[in-house]
Design a protein around this ligand. Structure first.
Ligand SMILES: *[C@@H]1O[C@H](CO)[C@@H](O)[C@H](O)[C@H]1NC(C)=O
Ligand SMILES: *[C@@H]1O[C@H](CO)[C@@H](O)[C@H](O)[C@H]1NC(C)=O
Length: 487
């Protein structure tokens, strides 16, 4: 997608495909996290919704902050509305006022925070794919006709996704299309595209929510996919196949009218790259998701090495350092590797490529007990580590800790891994030599955040590499080693 981006002033000169993909990750969470914390710490990271022109320069799938979803069951609430404490909590708002006796079926729609709207439809449900319509047909005359518009990609701020119309008819008969195929299993309707193609978004936006939506069915569920991306389904086949035994239906081009007794429309994201068990069917957790991944990819190690020791001949714990290609690179990789060795780890460097088979990456990552990486999509691979492993996230200079925690810190802890954070000091950032100590970017990161997303993206995320002071980093490595020794 990088080829689509026209070189222009400043930031855009430096765009390339990896850059674009990586920025979408942080842009989305930046906006969300900014909102979430705007309430309690108004001076820290303030609201910085990106403007349309920048967004469109960044990708074919620009992020919009306008809330395009019509929400008929609750007051309109946009991501810009920092006064909304409800959004901060992301609690589902269930519409159960129209629950009907079972013969007439029922539609239950919910909305959570900034992420997603979904409907669960029970009864005589008929789906016309080309019309993107899901219709509940009552057995007898019921209440008034109702309609919901659902964006089936679980970030409602993402544009380019067609809405699905969910309709509850008031009367049986006429307005309902006749079934051409009747399914004995439930269905989940969702969209691909959006921000997928970025490894972290693949997991955070689709794979985790899809797991939550469908795991309860043990494979006996039909996926109906709008904006279908065959390459994506191929890339994650091991996961998708384990969730559904049936070929996914290309919904937009499906000529059938498919009938089901139960349909979930849309995917629910509870939080970034994780699950909130209290919202998940059966209380599923993020640790259940990673256990499921180990199963899907036949990963041999369920638990990290414990009771490790530095003394030969016993095997040392294995640590992997994730190498990044474009920006936010570790400049002194060799030194970091030596420091990890000195701390007692057997150490390797990995530079996973986007076109690499997920099963190969998963298998390699699973051999390690600890991971070190600068904030970025490569850390998504922590999902393949054995339980009890340690993840050290190196947070680049510039007050990025909140975003780092939301994207990886909490997810990693939810996976049952130990999370350790290392915040880069100005002295360890290449921004210091590039801009000098008097530049606002070095002197006043809080002011840079107040100025908006542009400079945060351009400098802290885009122009910064990291030279870790291994003296300062040593206690972090020692902490990681200590955890493996005693857990
Ligand atoms: C499905 O929807 C399309 C587009 O609105 C329409 O042309 C078609 O007739 C519908 N199919 C049935 C069986 O109603
Ligand atoms: C590296 O960190 C140590 C310990 O914090 C500090 O004493 C030293 O000055 C740092 N070195 C550089 C070059 O900043």
């Amino acid at each position: 997608m990088g080829g689509e981006v026209k070189p222009a002033k400043g930031l855009r000169r430096h765009l390339n495909s990896g850059f674009v993909a990586g920025f979408l990750l942080v842009l989305v969470t930046y906006v969300i996290v900014s909102q979430q914390f705007a309430m309690d710490t108004p001076t820290a990271v303030t609201s910085t919704a990106p403007r349309i022109d920048e967004k469109e320069s960044m990708s074919k799938a620009p992020v919009e902050t306008d809330d395009k979803v019509r929400q008929e069951w609750q007051p309109k609430e946009t991501p810009k509305d920092t006064s909304s404490a409800v959004a901060t909590e992301e609690l589902p708002k269930i519409d159960s006022t129209n629950a009907k006796p079972i013969e007439n079926g029922k539609v239950v729609c919910s909305s959570n925070g900034f992420y997603s709207d979904t409907c669960d439809v029970d009864g005589d449900v008929r789906i016309n794919g080309t019309a993107l319509s899901v219709t509940l047909v009552p057995a007898s005359r019921s209440s008034e006709r109702r309609e919901w518009k659902i964006q089936p990609y679980p970030r409602r701020t993402v544009s380019g996704i067609q809405e699905v119309t969910v309709t509850q008819l008031a009367t049986p008969g006429a307005a309902a299309p006749a079934c051409t195929v009747s399914h004995g299993v439930p269905a989940v309707v969702f969209a691909l595209g959006g921000l997928t193609g970025n490894y972290w978004h693949d997991f955070s936006d689709v794979l985790v929510p899809l797991f939550v939506a469908s795991r309860q069915y043990g494979g006996e569920v039909q996926f109906l996919v709008s904006n279908i991306q065959p390459w994506w389904l191929g890339k994650y086949e091991a996961i998708v196949r384990r969730l559904s035994r049936y070929d996914a239906v290309d919904l937009d081009r499906d000529g059938e009218v498919r009938c089901f007794r139960h349909v979930t429309v849309g995917l629910r994201m509870h939080k970034e790259f994780s699950v909130r068990p209290e919202l998940a069917p059966g209380g599923l957790t993020m640790a259940d998701f990673t256990a499921f991944l180990r199963d899907a990819y036949a990963l041999p190690r369920a638990a990290a090495a414990i009771g490790v020791t530095r003394a030969p001949p016993q095997k040392r714990p294995r640590l992997v350092v994730i190498r990044r290609g474009h920006y936010r690179k570790l400049v002194n990789m060799d030194e970091v590797v030596r420091a990890a060795e000195a701390a007692g780890f057997e150490t390797a460097v990995m530079a996973p490529r986007f076109d690499e088979r997920v099963e190969d990456v998963a298998r390699e990552v699973n051999t390690f007990d600890a991971m070190v990486g600068v904030h970025g999509a490569g850390l998504t691979n922590a999902a393949f580590l054995p339980a009890g492993a340690v993840v050290i996230q190196v947070v680049p200079y510039g007050r990025l800790e909140r975003m780092a925690k939301a994207d990886f810190g909490e997810p990693v802890a939810d996976m049952g891994l130990r999370y350790v954070e290392y915040s880069v000091a100005a002295e360890e950032s290449t921004l210091l030599e590039m801009l000098g100590p008097e530049h606002e970017v070095l002197k006043d990161p809080a002011a840079v955040h107040r100025s908006g997303w542009d400079m945060v993206a351009e400098y802290y995320l885009g122009k910064q590499d990291v030279r870790i002071n291994v003296t300062r980093f040593a206690p972090i490595l020692a902490q990681a080693f200590h955890h493996l020794r005693h857990s």
